[in-house]
Design a protein around this ligand. Structure first.
Ligand SMILES: Cc1ncc(COP(=O)(O)O)c(C=O)c1O
Length: 373
């Protein structure tokens, strides 16, 4: 059994992918070729924003967006501590400092009340200047944008949506990837919309910011290609990856619906045995992960061992909350600082999740958990 079955999807789209790749090979336009332009137009339309700029990875999408926002030393960006390392790392790479915030115990997303406290504490300490907030659409579920945007407005902060896992989901009718000043997503192969290598995209409605992002993406180039007007990087998406994404984009909405069907079936079978995921009314998750909570670390270990015995792959996202990661030790956080993130890191685990999970596999997985408990 696969944790994420990309092969079955490939079999479905193989002819189209091969034709699109062949067209790139024929054109020999490997950088910024026609598929990149077409993809950016389709992504912007999908997200409902004016600009979608493709780039080399989800991490680079965040870094480029933050560089374009002009992050400076001693600028604080508020980041949930229960997320993938790249969310915080991008802030550091762009020259700022992440300030870690606790998450909501039900949705696992940035807690607006903890965010408000973190902003107040940062202002009171006076060492860092609050500049921005990075909500993460964890496991595919959009963060609480109404509440977060209120905090942002009150303090004059930008919002950068980390939609690496959430792109394609929605929040009260609005597509994830369209929130904040700017949003970023990842096309890592295992993501709900993934390519066959690394890739990402940046979304914004702001024309000036889009122009800055386009410049930072290519070594800070100016009107003249060889007049570099700012520091940037080589952050473009290849035409070959864009070709793959165009093929997958045709299936994306249907696959999100399938993921939702499978998530509902998991929840139906496991509700009451474990803490099953909660999606608030008005939100649609992409189910980048289907993540449950065991009673404690021991129970999680027992379940993971039982599933492994039956050949079921699982994953634990995330064993270390970012405020306790070695790389950020110098920031001086301690165990107990962000109790919800720490609790989740001991109890959360994820089951196989992809649009092609069979009924037989679903029964094996849920029965194994039931017997184990
Ligand atoms: C929440 C989050 N942010 C950022 C990233 C970085 O994306 P990438 O791996 O494409 O650099 C990922 C994906 O791995 C992620 O899950």
């Amino acid at each position: 059994m696969q944790f994420i079955d990309l092969r079955t999807q490939f079999e479905r789209i193989e002819d189209d992918v091969r034709a699109r790749i062949d067209a790139v090979l024929q054109s020999q336009q490997f950088i910024m070729g026609p598929p990149v332009i077409e993809l950016e137009e389709r992504l912007a339309a999908f997200a409902g924003v004016r600009h979608a700029l493709s780039c080399s990875s989800g991490t680079d999408a965040l870094v480029i967006a933050l560089m374009a926002l002009g992050l400076e030393k001693d600028d604080a960006v508020f980041v949930p501590a229960f997320t993938f390392f790249a969310s915080a790392e991008s802030v550091t790479l762009a020259g700022g400092t992440p300030v870690f915030v606790d998450v909501d115990p039900v949705t696992f997303n940035l807690s607006p009340s903890s965010l408000g406290r973190a902003v107040d504490d940062t202002l009171a300490a006076g060492r860092l200047r609050p500049r921005g907030i990075m909500p993460v659409d964890l496991f595919g579920q959009p963060a609480d944008y109404r509440a977060i945007e209120e905090v942002a407005r009150a303090h004059g902060l930008f919002v950068i949506e980390d939609a690496a896992q959430g792109f394609g989901g929605s929040y009260h009718g609005r597509t994830a990837g369209s929130f904040g000043t700017v949003a970023a997503t990842s096309f890592f192969p295992a993501k709900p919309l993934g390519c066959y290598g690394d890739g990402g995209a940046i979304f914004t409605d702001d024309d000036d910011l889009a122009a800055l992002i386009a410049s930072v993406r290519v070594h800070g180039q100016g009107a003249d290609k060889y007049d570099n007007v700012r520091i940037g990087l080589n952050g473009r998406l290849d035409s070959l990856q864009a070709a793959v994404l165009l093929s997958k984009l045709d299936l994306f909405e249907q696959e999100i619906a399938e993921r939702n069907r499978i998530a509902a079936a998991y929840t139906h079978e496991l509700e009451g045995l474990l803490v099953t995921p909660t999606v608030p009314d008005g939100l649609v998750s992409t189910w980048a992960q289907y993540t449950l909570l065991a009673k404690d670390a021991d129970e999680r270990s027992r379940i993971l061992a039982a599933l492994k015995d039956k050949g079921v792959p699982t994953a634990v996202y995330y064993t270390t909350p970012l405020h306790l990661s070695t790389a950020y030790a110098a920031l001086g956080y301690h165990e107990g600082d962000l109790p919800v993130c720490e609790d989740l890191s001991r109890r959360a685990f994820s089951l196989p999740m992809h649009p092609y999970l069979s009924e037989t596999d679903l029964v094996l997985i849920t029965q194994t958990i039931r017997e184990c408990l």
